[in-house]
Design a protein around this ligand. Structure first.
Ligand SMILES: C[S@@+](CC[C@H](N)C(=O)[O-])C[C@H]1O[C@@H](n2cnc3c(N)ncnc32)[C@H](O)[C@@H]1O
Length: 206
């Protein structure tokens, strides 16, 4: 009997960041630039008072998110990634080293953004993280690559399915669902109003 894969350990990411300062080509790949633009464009609100971005890596998406946040807590398992991130971020961004799901902060956030981080967790840890995310977020957004990667315990689609269950259990409603061959973006919210209703273009009561 084979046991289920567990979350990738800190040593895995230490090695990744030893090999490269930008292991996923966030600064250089047009794919990554477009995905960040899509992610930011899909945020329902123009600004958020409190945001949590776990798995922030070297802070490239973090820098864009910072422009839409009054306070942004960005976390990563890798101290090296955070050192690189620190060089380019404004002072309202707090960088914190921590491992999901154990170090999930005991706080409520207007927005939680899980971008390309859920599939490094084993099934049990991902379920715990999804529950914590659904309990602490008003808007819960997830962005993941959909193709299989040998080392990763879960696929992007599996992560979104786990998040969907946690969102439903915590009465978050699906607001945005974008799917392509390569990636998907989902957003669930405790505020079930459409973007037009939230922003006053349509009346709030349907
Ligand atoms: C692919 S990068 C995503 C960067 C950024 N969120 C984006 O989408 O542009 C994934 C990051 O997640 C971090 N990570 C992986 N497992 C983690 C865990 N259990 N807890 C916290 N961070 C983790 C890795 O160190 C890496 O920096």
């Amino acid at each position: 009997m084979t046991s289920a894969p567990t979350s990738l350990p800190p040593a895995y990411f230490d090695e990744v960041y030893r090999a490269s300062q930008d292991p996923w080509g966030f600064r250089t790949r047009s794919y990554e630039v477009r995905k960040r633009q899509l992610t930011i464009a899909m945020l329902p609100d123009p600004t958020y008072r409190s945001v949590f971005e776990p798995g922030c890596s070297i802070g490239v998406l973090t820098a864009m998110l910072a422009q839409r946040s009054e306070r942004l807590l960005a976390m990563d398992i890798s101290a090296r990634a955070l050192e690189i991130a620190a060089a380019g971020l404004p002072s309202h961004v707090e960088l914190r080293q921590g491992t999901l799901p154990d170090d999930w902060p005991d706080e409520q956030f207007e927005l939680v953004l899980l971008s390309e981080v859920g599939y490094y967790l084993g099934q049990d840890d991902c379920e715990r993280m999804a529950e914590l995310a659904a309990r602490s977020a008003r808007d819960l957004m997830a962005v993941h690559w959909r193709h299989p990667v040998d080392d990763y315990p879960l696929s992007g689609d599996q992560v979104h399915s786990i998040l969907e269950d946690a969102a439903q259990a915590n009465k978050l409603r699906p607001l945005i669902h974008h799917i392509e061959e390569d990636l998907r973006i989902d957003l669930w919210s405790a505020d079930g109003r459409s973007v037009a209703r939230r922003s006053g273009l349509l009346p709030s009561v349907a």
